[in-house]
Write a protein that binds this ligand. Structure first.
Ligand SMILES: Cc1cc2nc3c(=O)[nH]c(=O)nc-3n(C[C@H](O)[C@H](O)[C@H](O)COP(=O)(O)OP(=O)(O)OC[C@H]3O[C@@H](n4cnc5c(N)ncnc54)[C@H](O)[C@@H]3O)c2cc1C
Length: 542
């Protein structure tokens, strides 16, 4: 007789009808958060754990913005060390430990190798990386090691061997950003917070010169689209990433003020290629590219990510376009460091993210085209006269400490009552296996291991052995709809499963089968036209 799988607590259902019914109920929340990326979701979990009544509104899908488009590193930031930003590096190294501990099914240590081609490179960069170890202290994941040429070639089997003089190995972490965002959303919901995707904060509610809530509009095409709700809250946090200025400016206008923009978006692109170009389980760091940046080749979910760039933008498009010179730059740098250079036809997916960098206070908005790589990656919290709290900047790695800081500032400003202190540092996210349990590397192809302790729940749904695409079962799609807020084919193929980011062509091929399963779950037709257009963009180089 086979024993039944161990089932951890029942996952919370995410029926849209129920979420909207809760949103409609007249009540005043302690905290309304606008924006369901890393920043807003981190605040939601922290606040819910402190016992506050929390609602979070996301205009599109959770992590649809920047938070699904990172390089996927949980890192202190070797580059920020070189810039002398010790405080940021130390904080991020500390947070790296928390993240790896609290979500080991989604975030794991990753060894990096920096190859050296000139005599001084390994000693010079190696000394910097030893300092990185020292800063990490107890949070270090493994010692920095100097490598001879043979060992460097063993760890990076396809590295360009010409003039190679050795290398340096060091440790950081990597993660699945969109799935981590979902784990945060679901962990906050498990603590009683109400989170609604496809629900936009279309305006702020003011009374007596103070912000008292937000006007929310249902953006979901299939359920009462366009319906408007008034959501009242003692405190409103604007965590809308590169889009924070829109709400800030509405707030200013309502109070008769002009509000200068605070964000300087900076675009970063990534190219994804097959493992054959860069086999092995170590990442590669190029410490100084031709334009003075760092470049990574990172094994991720069975493929390799090459990136990234740092290109100032003056707009904040939902799906920003990559520029031809960014693609040429990454392929050109890859050709310098890899034995067999990937060509344009080898790129399986290209995706673009916008960093919400905070302008220096004196900046008038006319930043020059080379400037954004020098702008700080630290986060900023601003509270307007009317009480609108805006948080932006920072990094995925530091989402937790950012949330703690925001809430402490809200309490200090008396927008929130004195509540229990922050407890997220030790709070394990939904699906996290118990400490010490073996976890699969994030470099490995995706699979049921990404669900952690919820794996058995997925596998007992219909279709667990019916694959709709490599590593995507029918049961996973059902789970995404029932318990992970998925509403569209894109939600499934871009963020619950990452196929769009790994292989845009394969994602387009899987779309009809995914739509069929979703239609069965949701009880209505699920269109695929928009997704096919998107997949064409992710599969086409400029
Ligand atoms: C190319 C690139 C590489 C990166 N790599 C790394 C990395 O390797 N490691 C790391 O730690 N960090 C990395 N980062 C940084 C990290 O990704 C960001 O700091 C983080 O994702 C920002 O999250 P956010 O929640 O502030 O913004 P977002 O994720 O953009 O979230 C804001 C959300 O607000 C929503 N929204 C906007 N307006 C409204 C409205 N009116 N109503 C409701 N919702 C609204 C948007 O839809 C969006 O989902 C990288 C960033 C980029 C661009």
């Amino acid at each position: 007789m086979t024993s039944a799988p161990t089932l951890h607590p029942t996952p919370l259902a995410t029926h849209r009808r129920d979420l909207l019914a809760r949103l409609r109920q007249p009540q005043t929340y302690d905290l309304a958060i606008v924006g369901g990326g890393a920043t807003g979701l981190g605040v939601a979990l922290d606040a819910a754990l402190r016992g506050l009544r929390v609602v979070l509104l996301e205009s599109h899908d959770f992590a649809k913005g920047t938070s699904s488009r990172a390089t996927k590193l949980v890192h202190g930031g070797v580059r920020y060390l070189a810039q002398g930003n010790i405080g940021l590096v130390r904080e991020a190294l500390h947070e790296r430990t928390n993240l790896l501990h609290n979500a080991p099914h989604l975030a794991q240590p990753l060894p990096f190798v920096m190859p050296g081609y000139r005599w001084w490179e390994s000693p010079f960069y190696g000394a910097g990386l030893k300092a990185y170890d020292l800063l990490a202290g107890d949070a270090a994941l493994g010692p920095t090691e100097f490598l001879n040429t043979a060992r460097t070639r063993t760890l990076l089997p396809t590295v360009n061997p010409q003039h190679l003089r050795g290398g340096v190995k060091y440790w950081d972490g990597q993660f699945d950003d969109a799935r981590l965002a979902l784990a945060l959303a679901r962990s906050a919901a498990a603590q009683g917070a109400l989170l609604v995707n496809y629900c936009e904060a279309s305006g702020l509610l003011h009374e007596g010169g103070k912000v008292v809530g937000v006007r929310a509009r249902n953006n979901d095409d299939s359920s009462d689209s366009g319906q408007v709700f008034e959501v009242r809250a003692h405190c409103v946090v604007n965590a809308t990433g590169v889009w924070v200025d829109a709400l800030r400016q509405q707030d200013g206008a309502a109070c008769g003020r002009n509000t200068a923009s605070m964000v300087a978006p900076s675009q970063g692109i990534h190219l994804v290629v097959d493992k054959e170009f860069f086999p092995g389980d170590h990442a590669l760091l190029v410490p100084k590219t031709a334009d003075g940046r760092v470049l990574f080749a990172v094994p991720w979910l069975g493929k390799v990510i090459l990136g990234t760039t740092d290109t100032p933008r003056h707009d904040a498009a939902r799906e920003p376009e990559p520029f031809g010179n960014e693609v040429a730059f990454i392929l050109g740098e890859a050709a310098r460091y890899l034995q067999r250079a990937p060509g344009r036809n080898d790129v399986r997916s290209i995706w673009v993210g916008l960093r919400p960098l905070v302008k220096p206070p004196q900046d008038d908005g006319a930043h020059a085209d080379t400037e954004t790589k020098a702008i700080s990656r630290e986060h900023t919290v601003r509270i307007s006269k009317s009480g609108l709290v805006t948080v932006t900047g920072g990094k995925w790695t530091t989402y937790r400490s950012m949330a703690e800081d925001v809430l402490n500032k809200c309490v200090a400003a008396r927008l929130l009552p004195e509540v229990a202190p922050c407890s997220t540092a030790q709070h394990r996210l939904i699906g996290a296996p118990t400490a010490g349990a073996a976890a699969t590397s994030v470099s490995a192809p995706p699979g049921i291991h990404q669900y952690g302790t919820e794996g058995p729940w997925v596998e007992q749904l219909p279709g667990s052995s019916h694959l709709l695409a490599p590593n995507l079962s029918e049961a996973m799609v059902r789970f995404a709809v029932r318990y992970e807020y998925a509403r569209t084919v894109e939600d499934v193929l871009a963020r619950r499963n990452r196929l769009l980011f790994l292989n845009a062509h394969a994602a387009a091929q899987a779309a009809p089968a995914v739509a069929e399963v979703m239609a069965h779950e949701l009880g209505h037709r699920v269109p695929i036209g928009g997704f096919l257009t998107l997949a064409r963009r992710y599969g086409t180089l400029p």
